[in-house]
Design a protein around this ligand. Structure first.
Ligand code: GTP
Ligand code: MG
Length: 335
């Protein structure tokens, strides 16, 4: 199944029902007053985060989200029925952008979060409401209010606990494949990974966390080079980051600095997120070679692994888990 993480949809609310213009005609009231009822309001379109959904796939086929119109008012002071609101389920982590203005309308992060995206028109008033002491038989009434209609871009931002960041071929997907049941494509050419992949990693203590593998980062990525923004937005909400650098890189410091700088140019918030440094492909070091060293004071720790030779993987899992636990403790007081 293709991973659908961005779709465009149109949301159209219901039009308000029109008010009615009517004069009472009854045997004992020859000069009956106005009795035209109000129109019902139109239904609104809401998005609602639903944890049963994991992708935006449904909205590839269902692109128009419509709520019901309100009914017109009727004589004998009958108010028209309001149109029902619709609640459109989206996966938690969906961001909603108004395509006409480019403005972020909101994010639905947790199951149950609700966002109004198109408001129904109000019901028009019937002539009964226009009666005054000087005009006891008004005929005027209002038409129903126009509904809101918007083109929306829905983007699903993945929520992983740890995001893997590295240049193409750093070994991100290989790591995910040996740490979890996920089976991302692995190959020795750049940009093998085109869409993000998630995997659940179990630790030795029986706990687990979610690892997000994303396409490789290259210089200029923050302004759209390579796969551009598409990848960084996926790790925006992971709680920690792992910067991955192969041991056989000539200048590991430059690799690290490039990754750090692309990330901070993209988002200063993301750059401040706790991170570790992971040197990959340890098996490529000859026994007498020293492991690489870099200056990375902001990193919580530096580890060296080989996914192919299965070296250092338990330490990596435990190291990530430890850092995640510390993060949870820091977050806890806020609820
Ligand atoms: N020797 C050795 N090769 C590795 C190791 N891990 C990954 N590789 C190789 O490095 C190449 C790239 O691996 P991937 O896992 O696809 O790299 P990636 O970081 O996901 O790359 P992109 O998706 O293109 O960004 C493949 O040929 C892997 O077999 C390792 O531990 N040792
Ligand atoms: Mg990959």
């Amino acid at each position: 199944m293709q991973f659908i993480d961005q779709v465009k949809v149109r949301a159209t609310a219901g039009r308000g029902g029109s008010g009615c213009s009517s004069l009472r005609r009854e045997a004992f009231y020859p000069k009956g007053g106005p009795d035209g009822g109000d129109g019902g309001r139109g239904g609104s379109v809401f998005l609602c985060a639903d944890s049963n959904l994991a992708t935006l796939l449904d909205y590839r086929y269902k692109r128009h989200l419509r709520a019901e119109n309100g009914r017109n008012g009727e004589s004998r002071d009958k108010t028209g029925k309001s149109g029902d609101d619709i609640l459109v389920p989206v996966p938690p982590g969906t961001e909603v952008v108004n395509m006409d203005t480019g403005e972020l309308m909101g994010e639905l992060l947790n199951s149950g979060d609700k966002l109004l995206v198109a408001k129904g028109g109000r019901g028009g008033r019937g002539n009964a409401r226009f009666a005054t002491s000087t005009n006891q038989t008004p005929v005027e009434c209002e038409t129903g209010g126009e509904p809101e209609e918007r083109d929306l871009q829905l983007t699903l931002k993945l929520i992983g606990d740890v995001g893997l960041l590295g240049e193409p071929n750093a070994g991100k997907s290989t790591l995910l494949s040996v740490m979890s049941a996920a089976r991302p494509k692995v190959a020795d050419y750049p940009f093998t990974t085109l869409v993000p992949q998630l995997g659940v990693v179990g630790t030795s203590s029986g706990d687990s966390f979610v690892m997000a593998d994303i396409p490789g980062i290259i210089e200029g990525a923050h302004e759209g080079k390579g796969l551009g923004h598409q990848f960084l937005r996926h790790v925006e909400r992971t709680r920690i980051l792992a910067y991955m650098i192969p041991v056989n890189e000539e200048d590991p410091q430059a690799r690290y600095d490039l990754l750090r700088s692309e990330v901070s140019l993209y988002s200063s918030v993301l750059a401040e997120r706790p991170h570790i440094v992971v040197f990959t492909k340890k098996d490529l070091l000859s026994p007498d070679e020293d492991p690489p060293r870099i200056n990375a004071p902001a990193a919580s720790r530096t580890l060296i692994i080989s996914s192919v030779a299965h070296r250092g993987l338990d330490d990596l899992k435990d190291g990530i888990w430890e850092l995640l636990r510390q993060e949870k403790k820091v977050e806890a007081p806020e609820g």
